[in-house]
Design a protein around this ligand. Sequence first.
Ligand code: PLP
Length: 372
Amino acid sequence: MIDFTSALYLGMEHAGGAARWPSLTTGVPAALRVPDEVRDLEGSLGALFGTERCLVGPSTLHLFFDLILLMAKGRLVATQQDNPRAGRTPGSGVMSIHVDRAAYPIAHWGVERAAGAGLQMSAFRHHDPEALARQLRKCRVGVHPLVVVDGVCPGCGSAAPIPSLLEVTRAFGGALVVDDTQAIGILGVRPNAQVPLGCGGGGSLRWHGVGGGDVVVVSSLAKAFGVPLAALGGSARLIEGFEREGETRVYCSPPSLCHVHAAADALVRNRRTGDRLRGRLVSLVDRFQEAILRLGLSTSGGSLPVQTLQPIPGVDPVRLHESLLAHGVRSVLASSRCGRGARVTFLITAAHRPADIDRAADALAGALRAAA
Ligand SMILES: Cc1ncc(COP(=O)(O)O)c(C=O)c1O
């Protein structure tokens, strides 16, 4: 069976065996003590993301649990500088929350916690800066918006229009939180026609060439880097506030040191071979797209590894998925908040071989014949 369900986009695995960490946990919450290796990793992650500072947490759930509530309550100030258009520092008062309707559920859970605490929240149309602007115009004057989006949508696989969303957010003196889990290790600086993913793997902010103290990044490292550990990047002021106020840093175990060492190793590998792996990934995605174009099909996702088939008239995605399985190809069958109904997705990784892509295309051709 050829598998197209793994999100280990760079094919990074972390074989066990050589124990290089002194213990799995310090026994001390992150609020009390942060080991040197964690500080070193946080420094490297900040440099990768292009944010002033970074901290790690056990998962995106832990980070979102605290982040949205604290920011929306005005307890975490996003930036050092005052925003001249806002007349006040973003995040220095209670904020209204605006979340992309199709954002990954974990960001929504963080938003729901804040809504449960009485803060105002609303959802706007997926990847639509105009819809966001319309919503913000209706908000109370003086309440700054906290806008929450995924850098790359795990459902349709496409990149969010971050520069336009940021422009709208800034015009209303707000702050933007980007869940960059799908983009870290994939997108990077200076994209062009030859290198569509850009270089370095620093994520959406790097790819779009945007940044600033009013932009906050949350990312799991469990996809491209293969390490189930999460990071929060932002201004030094925001990170200091999170270290002081984050309840999960007091009541939950800190990230396992095994994962911290694996993440440090993944960043070294990213520096050494990441661009080559991303180049390989792009050529596999190109090969896949050319093959399915010959079948008269198309996908969303551009050069990114999440390739979701556009609906095929008269073909039931559930039957298509089953038929692919019968042809020896495992794809993802899922419905996401950004589309209607179930869709079939192929997750392509640098560990696939060109022959795997050809097998997938043959299986699709066979499945379509069976469905006709
Ligand atoms: C956009 C996004 N955010 C968050 C997560 C969850 O990551 P984790 O549970 O590793 O923190 C995922 C997992 O697929 C994701 O795609």
